[in-house]
Ligand binder design. Structure first.
Ligand code: ADP
Ligand code: FBP
Ligand code: MG
Length: 325
């Protein structure tokens, strides 16, 4: 066991629905144990600039249902430099803050690992990203909400696609991972799913569209495309399919997927991970992330996140392929 008088919490990277209940989980659990909690504004930017303020129990009232993060989030390129991370640690020390809880994606948690290693300040990570691409955890805060937000839009697109006998390429988020696309694709009954983990085979997509039409399997459909890390991918795909004699429509869902009220699932996940992060800290742990493995809360060394990459579930991929027409 370890005792703490003061800790800090921040949200970093792309925001995700459920970050607010995660902050609330951290704050209320810490206060329950008599520990003061500071909120850092705008992720690592606030840590570097010393934008750090004391939080209260009342201050986290009425946020459990709100999307986004009331602490604000940011991407902060300066935090990649060790000398800047040392400045950030000094801001915490000056305020008597003894540990840091970081809520964010794979990048934020990689930064957290380096911060702990270099400064010796205890750090616990909480996985918050709509991408669900963090090694060592089956789930991340915001993923469930984002899947449902994308589904709400795709169900509507399917109505008009069906009436007008059109194919739609629907772009979902996921710069380097297809988790969102696979889940959304299966749940939306997509005719095809394109993910960054596999090279796009335009000939195969074209052939499948032609075969479906020939077999009378339907003149309309949805192809879910993960945005990948080359901007404009979906529009390029549509152009290439047009050259193959198809007339696809494009709908890019964009940042709508990052907002909105967190789902019940994400609120519970966030609250539990927030509380558990505190319990692990008090139990003497550091340099780890609280994650989910087969429904149980587990601790994952942050070092593992930097060394291994989470892969798509082969079983889910097989099912997705079988369910295509
Ligand atoms: N390798 C790294 N070293 C130090 N800090 C990092 C590193 N990767 C990311 N970060 C910090 O975390 C922030 C968020 O990372 P990013 O990858 O953009 O989002 P996410 O955490 O949601 O995956 C970055 O802007 C940077 O401040
Ligand atoms: O809004 P931004 O900063 O352009 O980021 C877009 C990216 O952020 C995400 O929404 C979430 O990714 P992270 O959790 O890694 O930040 C990606 O799916 C998307 O590619
Ligand atoms: Mg990320």
């Amino acid at each position: 066991m370890r005792s703490y008088k003061s800790i800090a919490v921040l949200t970093s990277g792309g925001d995700s629905p459920g970050m607010n209940p995660a902050i609330r989980g951290v704050v209320r659990t810490a206060l329950h144990h008599g520990i003061k909690v500071y909120g850092v504004q705008r992720g690592y930017s606030g840590l570097i600039n010393g934008d750090i303020h004391l939080l209260s129990s009342k201050g986290v009232s009425n946020i459990v249902q709100k999307g986004g993060t009331f602490l604000k989030s940011a991407r902060c390129s300066e935090f990649h430099q060790a000398n800047i991370r040392a400045i950030a640690a000094n801001h915490l020390r000056k305020l008597g803050i003894e540990a840091l809880i970081v809520i964010g994606g794979d990048g934020s948690l990689t930064g957290a690992h380096l911060f702990e290693e270099e400064t010796g300040l205890p750090v616990i990570g909480i996985p918050g990203t709509i991408d669900n691409d963090i090694f060592g955890t089956d789930d991340t805060i915001g993923f469930d909400t984002a899947v449902n937000t994308a589904l709400g839009a795709i169900d509507k697109i399917r109505d008009t696609a069906d009436s007008h006998e059109r194919y739609f390429l629907v772009e979902v988020m996921g710069r380097s991972s297809g988790f969102l696309a696979i889940h959304v694709g299966i749940a939306a009954g997509a005719e095809m799913i394109v993910v960054p983990e596999f090279a796009v085979d335009i000939e195969a997509i074209s052939l499948q569209l032609a075969t479906s039409k020939r077999k009378g399997l339907g003149s309309s459909g949805i192809i879910v495309v993960a945005e990948g890390n080359s901007p404009g991918l979906t529009n390029r795909l549509a152009e290439q399919l047009t050259h193959h004699g198809h007339t696809p429509y494009v709908s890019i869902l964009g940042h709508i997927q990052r907002g909105g009220h967190p789902s019940g699932h994400d609120r519970v996940l966030a609250s539990c991970l927030g509380a558990k992060a505190l319990e692990y800290l008090l139990a003497g742990y550091s340099d780890m992330m609280v994650g989910i493995n087969q429904g149980q809360v587990v601790n994952v060394p942050l070092d593992n996140l930097t060394r291994y990459r989470k892969g798509l579930d082969p079983e889910l991929l097989k099912i997705a392929l079988q369910l295509h027409k």
